[in-house]
Design a protein around this ligand. Structure first.
Ligand SMILES: C[S@@+](CC[C@H](N)C(=O)[O-])C[C@H]1O[C@@H](n2cnc3c(N)ncnc32)[C@H](O)[C@@H]1O
Length: 240
């Protein structure tokens, strides 16, 4: 068996043995080991969360009771809100909650209402349905990323972090530069659990500069005009 195939079979088996919904769990684990974006007590928005392995990983880190409280019951405890076109059917840590939704119709207000306030970290492992046409898949992937950037002014706290998957292609350098202008730092990473032949990359960005950084760059739709992030109440009820 080719070496790389063997490595990926190992991740698949490891995910099964360790109870993760997908081997993508090890991509976020590696990103976390290298960059330490997630910490206990943080609030996380996970876009493209199904089948749920990133929520499992993030929930284990942020949901750890920091002051002896139950997970997710107090506004200062960590929480993870996941959004995906597909429902999440696995059992998630108590601090996690998944809703079915499309990022192109979901508004920033929906995210704030459902999470209870702006996130400390936004994760996006979203991927379009691949067609086999690398250019087309890249274009759709960049479209998803631009939507993530468009949502940031309301959903991410200034100083916050971002992990965003993109299929590499012609527009990748521009996307990376756009992200760099919005954050104190942003760089690309291909985790070990990603196949070398895959065009998948992750942009890891830290120290979000806040809504003002978008002023001349990210097109804003009417519902996304930058406002000060709302205070953090408890979990909201309802869906999208
Ligand atoms: C690679 S999977 C995510 C895996 C997940 N991070 C995990 O660890 O379990 C990509 C996901 O992006 C979702 N997705 C693609 N387009 C989307 C959209 N417009 N809105 C919300 N989710 C989307 C897909 O439904 C799919 O579940």
């Amino acid at each position: 068996m080719p070496k790389e195939r063997k490595l990926h079979d190992q991740f698949f088996k490891k995910a099964k043995a360790e109870g993760y919904a997908a081997r993508s769990a090890y991509k976020l684990k590696e990103i976390q080991e290298r960059h330490g974006l997630l910490r206990a007590g943080m609030w996380v928005l996970d876009l493209g969360c199904a089948p749920g392995s990133w929520m499992q990983v993030a929930g284990q880190i942020v949901g750890r009771p920091s002051r002896g409280r139950d997970w997710g019951n107090a506004s200062e405890d960590g929480r993870v809100l996941g959004v995906d076109l597909q429902p999440v059917s696995i059992e998630l840590p108590e601090c996690c909650r998944a809703v079915v939704g499309d990022v192109f119709t979901l508004t920033a207000e929906d995210c704030l209402r459902l999470l209870g306030g702006p996130a400390d970290v936004v994760l996006s492992d979203m991927a379009p349905n691949t067609t086999g046409d690398p250019g087309g898949d890249h274009h759709q992937s960049v479209r998803l990323c631009r939507r993530v950037l468009e949502l940031l002014p309301m959903v991410l706290k200034p100083g916050g972090g971002l992990v965003m998957k993109v299929f590499e292609g012609l527009a990748y350098p521009d996307l990376l530069s756009e992200t760099q202008r919005l954050f104190g730092s942003a760089k690309g990473l291909k985790p070990v659990a990603t196949r070398q032949v895959s065009r998948e990359m992750f942009i890891i960005a830290q120290m979000y500069q806040g809504p003002a950084a978008h002023a001349q760059r990210v097109p804003r739709d009417a519902g996304l005009a930058p406002k000060r992030p709302a205070p953090r109440p408890g979990w909201a009820s309802g869906g999208v």
